[in-house]
Design a protein around this ligand. Structure first.
Ligand code: NAI
Ligand code: ADY
Length: 433
């Protein structure tokens, strides 16, 4: 097959993308600090990193950080709606192979991932994986197993992708060392929570222009994403009802003043339904049939199996009306349902995902994970690891000055008293933050 150096929606958007990348760099101190710390020594020299992660302006800064540290990088997006075309164009114009555009079909989605496996005219295979959700990992393991021997390791961005890795470890099909970036505290307790707190309402507003104050919303799931999503809606004046299966998370929701009910009851009074569970079959036919007229339904979990869109299309596809891209209206027994982003993650489908500062925390962890796997490969077996706490604290430390945070410093006596060193780590492994 002929080599395709890149494939984006419109390369003429590169100049606009570059301007926004430059603004984003000013909001991503962790990544810029790593460029300062490691840029000269090029520790990723020789790495051919295939990345599969939403091709946004924030991701462009991650990509160019990896390149600055010496890596060759090729990129695809991990969702058919999440690419920002001006970001993809800027990366392509910088000579970095990228295969991503907003609004792909499933066949194009897989084609894009496939292009990232081989580098340059001489088609050199990847030797590192940077994934978000596991679709790249699954393609290599299931369709290109002959490439595994040449790959040093993989890092995984998100909860659902990490769940898939632990499943593989359990059933003996994890063929590479893997670093779980999601469970760095400075990733999931920030991106999943505070990122969604910013980007959920942003997405619903851009998609619907709905007045949120005074409305009622159901948020399915009260984990890190659910916590941020419920808060996002409450701070907009929405009465939020949470659904949960986990008594601890349900108790947390109640302590924060949220009602906690079953979906079957909550949908009867909801104007907005949001799924955040990472599970499947959350919004089912019986729920659609019980919804009020003009209910807005969306998902902010990684995959699109939380809402039964297939049932909507096979039973009410004839009533489907596209209001605008990623906003569709279905009519069920006289009531309209407004489905956002076809049930795919709404903050990246209907808005631009999380802002740069919180993504700098996540992507500093990604870069440290790639560095760790590339330079200390022999330390790792075919298991799932998290980064050590001192690196987690380093990520946080790299972001404090930007927002005017000044830390106290322990005296030796105080450090001894609480059983830590002056420089940290400051918490035991079991600490939950
Ligand atoms: N769109 C975005 O920007 C982001 C999306 N994610 C994705 O969001 C999803 C959730 O991530 P986290 O909050 O980190 O996971 P989590 O595991 O912390 O939270 C999920 C919660 O859903 C609950 N849940 C599971 N099944 C349920 C059911 N049937 N009904 C009600 N609640 C149920 C669980 O008890 C859990 O508390 C994952 O797919 C993750 O990959 C994560 C970060 C950002
Ligand atoms: N603006 C963004 N750019 C890239 N990835 C993002 C952005 N917002 C959220 N995400 C990531 O999306 C995954 C879920 O697919 C997460 O876990 C987040 O880290």
């Amino acid at each position: 097959t002929t080599y395709v150096p890149y494939k984006v929606k419109d390369i003429s958007l590169a100049e606009w993308g570059r301007k926004e990348i430059e603004l984003a760099e000013a909001e991503m101190p962790g990544l810029m600090s790593l460029r300062t710390e490691f840029g000269a020594s090029k520790p990723l020299q020789g790495a051919r990193i295939a990345g599969c992660l939403h091709m946004t302006i924030q991701t462009a800064v991650l990509i160019e950080t990896l390149v600055e540290l010496g890596a060759d990088v090729s990129w695809s997006s991990c969702n058919i709606f999440s690419t920002q075309d001006h970001a993809a164009a800027a990366i392509a114009a910088a000579g970095i192979p990228v295969y991503a555009w907003k609004g792909m079909n499933e066949e194009e989605f897989n084609w894009c991932i496939e292009q990232t496996l081989f580098f340059g005219e001489d088609r050199q295979p990847l030797n590192m994986i940077l994934d978000d959700g596991g679709d790249l990992t699954n393609m290599v393991f299931d369709k290109y197993p002959e490439l595994i021997a040449g790959i040093k390791g993989l890092s995984e961005e998100t909860t659902t992708g990490v769940h898939r890795l632990y499943e593989r470890m359990k059933n003996g099909t994890l063929h590479l060392p893997a670093i779980n970036v999601n469970d760095s505290v400075t990733k999931s307790k920030f991106d999943n929570k505070y990122g969604c707190r910013e980007s959920l309402v942003d997405a619903i507003r851009r998609a619907t222009d709905l007045m949120l104050a005074g409305k009622v919303a159901v948020v399915a799931g009260y984990g890190d994403v659910g916590k941020g999503s419920a808060e996002s809606l409450r701070s907009a004046g929405v009465r939020v009802i949470v659904t949960e299966i986990d008594p601890i998370c349900a108790l947390q929701a109640a302590m924060e003043g949220f009602e906690v009910k079953k979906m079957a009851d909550a949908v009867k009074e909801a104007n907005i339904v949001v799924t955040t569970t990472g599970n499947k079959d959350i919004v089912r036919p019986e729920h659609f049939k019980a919804m009020k007229d003009k209910t807005v339904v969306c998902n902010i979990g990684h995959f699109d199996n939380e809402i039964d869109v297939a049932w909507l299309n096979s039973n009410y596809g004839a009533t489907k009306v596209e209001i605008k891209p990623q906003v569709d209206k279905y009519t069920i027994d006289g009531n309209d349902i407004i489905l956002l982003a076809e049930g795919r993650l709404v903050n990246l489908g209907c808005a631009t995902g999380h802002p740069s500062f919180v993504m700098s925390n996540s992507f500093t962890n990604q870069t440290l994970a790639q560095l760790e796997l590339w330079t200390n490969t022999d330390k790792y077996g075919k298991e799932v690891y998290t980064l050590p706490k001192h690196l987690d604290e380093k990520v946080a430390r790299l972001h404090l000055a930007h927002i005017g945070v000044e830390l106290e410093t322990l005296t030796q006596d105080q450090a001894a008293y609480i059983g830590v060193t002056v420089e940290g780590p400051y918490k035991p492994e079991a600490y939950r933050y």
